[in-house]
Design a protein around this ligand. Structure first.
Ligand code: XMP
Length: 315
């Protein structure tokens, strides 16, 4: 794909051919699904309804941010509060593949309900090439089951339409810029959200811990970018580990968990390099995270591993 205008024209033509009635569009506020939703809106107008699911696994302030993002993009959408559905599906689940399968299934159940309300049987998704490549298949090993590919239950009642299937992330960004999407350089955020950033069992409390740590990582990176101390990374986030580790506050021993900070540079997420963050930035993150989560998190680690051999996310 080297001509975004030609891609958009062809995608609109195909969407009109594939969707003769109405459709819903899975819209998370991320760049992929926003582009898919805008294409659907251009191709189908009122026959497409964007559905934004609050899974309870979103980052601090994200619901408000995404709502603002859709408003700025003139994209009609509907917010579906579904945190209880997701926490119930994930209660105590620790296995990363099982998490993705349950999240995929929970999304589909929510979308089926919304599709029934909108009287349609089509679901447009912003699936891109790395999602299905890494999800494996006949000839490929499964690196991780992306929730929107391998995580989809076989008995789903909706027919999938995926206009971005053949694109890589940098190509999606080129299309986004062409469509005038604000913040086309926004960092990617996985559909399963903070669930794959909580290593080990999912509980509301552990999701809240990683949400607090993640907000600090984002603030500190954005501050360093604004001060021109570093270039804008590809992704920057926190992961909560289930290890127990000893710390001390005042005279008291604390037995808490550990947070990993992950900051990577990449072009298309297929490979990535751990960024050499200046030490003062790391120290500030560590001080703020252990203070904000005093008693719960006693150690902050920096992940220096490239992809490969690691992946960008921990799960
Ligand atoms: P990995 O961790 O495989 O990530 O190196 C590559 C890119 O994909 C994102 N990612 C996901 N996105 N559903 C998504 O929508 C998922 O299950 C998922 N897993 C990883 C990750 O954030 C990175 O940008």
């Amino acid at each position: 794909m080297n001509d975004p205008a030609a891609f958009v024209e062809e995608a609109i033509r195909r969407l009109r051919a594939d969707v003769t009635g109405r459709t819903i569009v899975a819209a998370s506020g991320g760049i992929d699904s926003t582009v898919a939703a805008l294409l659907a809106h251009q191709a189908l107008g009122e026959r497409a309804r964007a559905i934004f699911v609050d899974t309870g696994m979103l980052r601090a302030g994200e619901v408000e941010q995404v709502a603002g993002f859709f408003a700025a993009s003139h994209l009609p959408y509907q917010l579906v509060p579904a945190a209880d559905v997701f926490f119930e599906a994930l209660a105590g689940v620790a296995d990363p593949e099982e998490k993705r399968r349950r999240i995929g299934a929970a999304f589909v159940r929510v979308f089926e309900t919304e599709a029934d309300k909108f009287h349609c049987d089509r679901l447009i998704q912003g699936t891109i090439a790395p999602d299905w490549i890494e999800s494996g298949g006949a000839l490929r090993d499964t690196i991780k089951t992306h929730h929107n590919v391998g995580g989809i239950p076989k008995d789903m009642r909706l027919t999938l339409v995926e206009p971005l299937r053949d694109l890589y992330k940098d190509e999606v960004r080129a299309v986004a810029r062409h469509l005038g999407v604000p913040e086309a350089e926004r960092q990617p955020f996985p559909g399963p959200g903070l669930a794959v950033r909580v290593n080990g069992p999912i509980t509301r409390e552990r999701v809240e811990r990683v949400r607090v740590a993640n907000a600090i990582v984002e603030e500190e990176v954005q501050r360093a970018v604004a001060a021109k101390e570093i270039a804008r990374p590809w992704q920057y986030f926190a992961v909560l580990l289930p290890v127990r580790t000893v710390g001390v506050t005042g005279d008291n021993r604390v037995h808490g968990e550990a947070v990993v900070v992950r900051v990577v540079e990449s072009v298309d997420a297929m490979t990535a390099t751990a960024m050499a963050l200046p030490r003062p930035v790391l120290s500030r993150m560590s001080e703020r995270i252990t203070r904000a989560l005093a008693g719960a998190v006693v150690r902050v680690l920096y992940d220096v591993t490239d992809k490969p051999p690691a992946t960008i996310e921990w799960e």
